[in-house]
Design a protein around this ligand. Structure first.
Ligand SMILES: Cc1cc2nc3c(=O)[nH]c(=O)nc-3n(C[C@H](O)[C@H](O)[C@H](O)COP(=O)(O)OP(=O)(O)OC[C@H]3O[C@@H](n4cnc5c(N)ncnc54)[C@H](O)[C@@H]3O)c2cc1C
Length: 422
């Protein structure tokens, strides 16, 4: 049986920060990562640009976790978005702030963030062991004793589990931590996809694959009841819809599907011109029709809409696309305007968990000390990052949460360890 002091399981955002901070605080730290390299998910975050955090003030920041945001107050107080910003810049990653307060490396390279952590861990003296799959956690009498890794028992006085969620499993996040936590008496809140694209029933939607719409508003209704509404960008795909507004709305849809209530009608309604009132929209449509009054309707809407949307819009409005504009009547103009403001499609459900940006659900937070991330059930055992029952919206909130929780746990593990040694 080998002896190590702080063992960190998982080299994602949470584990990397936990390991680095514990070592910086003077602990002997070993990081075990099953992949050949660390930070695989960081490397693909933000479409390879890595939206590391957001500059919003703390109160607004917390509002970007649909449930349980308050759990993060202590971790953010200890290591805030400003602290992360300063940390990355001090370690050579120059940052910039984009629309919505999103923070990215100036280089637009997520790989720079991963490299920064490689150097940070090396300098802090963390022993990083890759291609080491942990198989279980060792404990006795309610105290953690170490981990089982590749058939070898590795002793540690503190174990920080940072194995991530269960989405994008090719990055290594296969949900291993949930089973260990359950075995040791923790409650697992059922997993479901969060920030996930949606399957849509109608064929015309799938035919728009690749088309992206900016500045639209999207609203989701369940049996006529409004579930949520978002403004921004939407992307059509071969299965339905994705893009920022859809990812943000998807949490509500996933809840309905998980509860088995998806027998009712789930509708996605898109307003293509949300900045215009009904009167303004009608004036706008009439102006265009006037301008192109010698054309057929299908050739008269180019100023109003992307080319590929024209045919579905006319068809949903129930008008003959070949009809000369001069013959379009009042009712047809009404119908066109209504469809522009409320293009409706049927949601079949969210894409699977494996395709979600984040896993919702996970280890119950009332069993974790929010100041230290230590388990309230097993002493010396910590859980950090996506493995916990917390998930944020898009905008840098998930990585910040992982980094802050990792920091809090790493610091506490090292401090209590050194204190106990006298
Ligand atoms: C495509 C995509 C884009 C994203 N973009 C952003 C973004 O721009 N901004 C943002 O804030 N969030 C983003 N996210 C979410 C964010 O990346 C995650 O929430 C965050 O990385 C979670 O960090 P973590 O450390 O908890 O887990 P992970 O990053 O998942 O790390 C877990 C690590 O543990 C390792 N591991 C698992 N089991 C074992 C085991 N048994 N033994 C050893 N090692 C193990 C895994 O290999 C992995 O390296 C994105 C997610 C995806 C999928």
């Amino acid at each position: 049986m080998q002896t190590e002091k702080v063992i960190v399981v998982g080299g994602g955002a949470a584990g990397l920060m936990a390991a680095g901070r514990a070592a910086e605080k003077g602990a002997r730290v070993i990081l075990l990562e099953k992949n050949r390299t660390i930070g695989r998910k960081i490397g693909i975050a933000g479409k390879g640009r890595c939206n590391v955090t957001n500059v919003r003030p703390i109160k607004e920041f917390i509002d970007n976790y649909p449930v349980n945001g308050r759990f993060l107050y202590s971790a953010f107080n200890r290591f805030s978005n400003d602290d992360l910003y300063a940390f990355l810049e001090a370690h050579g990653v120059k940052l910039k702030v984009e629309r919505g307060g999103r923070v990215f490396p100036v280089s637009d390279r997520a790989a720079d963030v991963v490299e920064c952590f490689e150097k940070y861990l090396e300098k802090a003296g963390v022993k990083v062991l890759t291609e080491r799959k942990v198989e279980g956690i060792l404990q006795s009498g309610g105290v953690v004793r170490g981990v089982l890794c590749e058939g070898v028992e590795l002793r540690g006085d503190r174990v920080i589990v940072a194995t991530g969620g269960k989405s994008y499993p090719k990055t290594g996040s296969t949900g291993d931590g949930y089973a260990w936590a359950k075995e040791m008496g923790h409650t697992i809140i059922p997993l479901r996809p969060a920030l996930v694209p949606l399957n849509i029933k109608e064929e015309w939607v799938k035919e728009l694959q690749g088309l992206s719409l900016k500045n639209i508003s999207a609203t989701v209704f369940y049996n006529g009841k409004l579930l949520g509404s978002e403004f921004g960008e939407l992307l059509f795909t071969h299965f339905g819809v994705s893009g920022p507004v859809i990812l943000t709305l998807s949490g509500e849809v996933a809840k309905i599907s998980k509860a088995g209530r998806d027998k009712g009608e789930l509708l996605l309604v898109i307003n293509l011109k949300p900045a215009l009132s009904a009167e303004q929209l009608e004036r706008r449509v009439r102006r265009d029709l006037e301008k192109y009054r010698k054309r057929q309707l299908k050739n008269a809407l180019d100023d109003l809409l992307p080319q590929r949307l024209i045919s579905p819009l006319i068809s949903l409005s129930g008008i003959d696309p070949e009809k000369p504009v001069a013959h379009i009547n009042r009712a047809e103009i009404d119908s066109l305007c209504k469809t522009l403001a409320a293009m409706s499609m049927t949601i079949e459900g969210p894409r699977p968990l494996s395709e979600a940006i984040v896993t919702a659900g996970g280890i119950a937070l009332n069993e974790i000390n929010p100041q230290t991330m230590e388990s309230k059930i097993i002493s010396g055992l910590y859980f950090v990052g996506e493995v916990l029952n917390i998930d944020g919206y898009t905008g840098g909130y998930n990585l910040q949460a992982a980094f802050s929780m990792g920091y809090a746990a790493g610091e506490h593990a090292a401090e209590t360890l050194l204190f106990n040694q006298g």
